[in-house]
Design a protein. Sequence first.
Length: 60
Amino acid sequence: MSCEHLICAHCASPVVEGRCPACRAARAHVHHSSPGITPQLIIAVLIILTLALLIATHVA
């Protein structure tokens, strides 16, 4: 969905221009994307895997 053709009920301007706080909030809501895999998540998984590997080699 895009906000190119949406008109703000608050200021009657196109939402895509973001002239008022309501426009900016609506535009942010329409273009909201899920973060998915973040660099922090990748680093955390790598640290956990490294620790698990170290523990597995140390115990065996």
